[in-house]
Design a protein around this ligand. Structure first.
Ligand SMILES: Cc1cc2nc3c(=O)[nH]c(=O)nc-3n(C[C@H](O)[C@H](O)[C@H](O)COP(=O)(O)OP(=O)(O)OC[C@H]3O[C@@H](n4cnc5c(N)ncnc54)[C@H](O)[C@@H]3O)c2cc1C
Length: 260
């Protein structure tokens, strides 16, 4: 059987693994659960307007795949003036690999990797978010941190603009809890950012968060990167605020154009 080895079980790695599995690959996803991983904090929302002209093609390709793999849901968020905005939604909780191999990959070569002192052979996809540069010298990946908070109970979906292209969102991402995020993305994330975010949540009536989720959204200068780095090795990162769409578009590229 053809084997796909995936370094990182975030949105990028999990989407590639899910798609490859459906195409008959044996997949092994490695992820030790590093502090600062982004995907578990993502809202999982997307819409065509966010993709803009630049990522239009990625969007067009990604949406049918996400629908096939998980089924798209619609989320309606009410604005202050009573109008509603609709988003597509796939919860990261559904996407993220449930049982990755909890080992850190310590070395990657062309068509092999090493984890826990064991060498594995197959096609390799490096999807290690802000840690990708450890495997590809010269790759410049920076992280912009952001946090989301979970509150008890299921509240009505709401949104409030904060600045151009930035909004506070509250909705039920997973059963029983209300998810809140205000889109803050900072290289130097301080406790003041959290205070401000919690203040915005309180403005929507959300107090006493039960959980804080946070992580570094990966950014690459010049835009997201999907690259062949060896005969049997590829890399995908730079998901910024659109990890669901870009991760799915790159999963398609990997599985349907590169390793088939
Ligand atoms: C608050 C917040 C809200 C967001 N909302 C949205 C949203 O609504 N829609 C959207 O599309 N995007 C959203 N994003 C952005 C999205 O989360 C990111 O673009 C996406 O998660 C990046 O995925 P990734 O798989 O590249 O990175 P990560 O999720 O960081 O995954 C990389 C994984 O690699 C693992 N890893 C690293 N090194 C190794 C190694 N050596 N061996 C094995 N494993 C390794 C790490 O443990 C990690 O789990 C949001 C982000 C944040 C922080």
């Amino acid at each position: 059987m053809r084997v796909l080895l995936v370094v990182g079980g975030g949105l990028f790695g999990s989407l590639a693994a899910a798609h490859a599995r459906r195409q008959g690959f044996e997949t092994r996803v490695f992820d030790p659960g590093l502090d600062g991983a982004a995907s578990h904090a993502a809202a999982g929302l997307f819409k065509e307007a966010w993709a803009g002209k630049r990522f239009q093609e990625h969007y067009r390709q990604a949406v049918p795949l996400l629908d096939r793999l998980y089924g798209l849901k619609e989320v309606r968020l009410r604005q202050e003036d009573g109008s509603e905005e609709t988003f597509w939604f796939v919860s990261p909780t559904r996407v993220l690999e449930a049982n990755p191999i909890r080992e850190r990959v310590t070395a990657v070569g062309d068509g092999w990797l090493e984890a826990g002192g064991v060498r594995h052979e197959g096609f390799v996809y490096i999807a290690a978010g802000i840690w990708c540069a450890e495997f590809v010298p010269g790759l410049n990946v920076t992280g912009k941190a952001g946090a989301a908070f979970l509150f008890d109970g299921e509240r009505e979906g709401r949104m409030r603009p904060i600045a151009r292209g930035k909004q506070a969102l509250a909705f039920v991402r997973d059963a029983g809890r209300t998810y809140f995020s205000d889109g803050t993305a900072a290289m130097e994330y301080t406790p003041e950012h959290d205070r401000q975010t919690l203040h915005r949540a309180a403005d929507m009536g959300l107090m006493e968060p039960k959980r804080r989720l946070w992580g570094y959204r990966p950014y690459v200068p010049g835009g997201p990167v999907f690259r062949k780095v060896g005969e049997r090795t590829w890399l995908g990162t730079g998901g910024r605020k659109m990890g669901t769409i870009l991760g799915a578009a790159f999963a398609l590229r990997l599985v349907e154009e590169e390793i088939r």
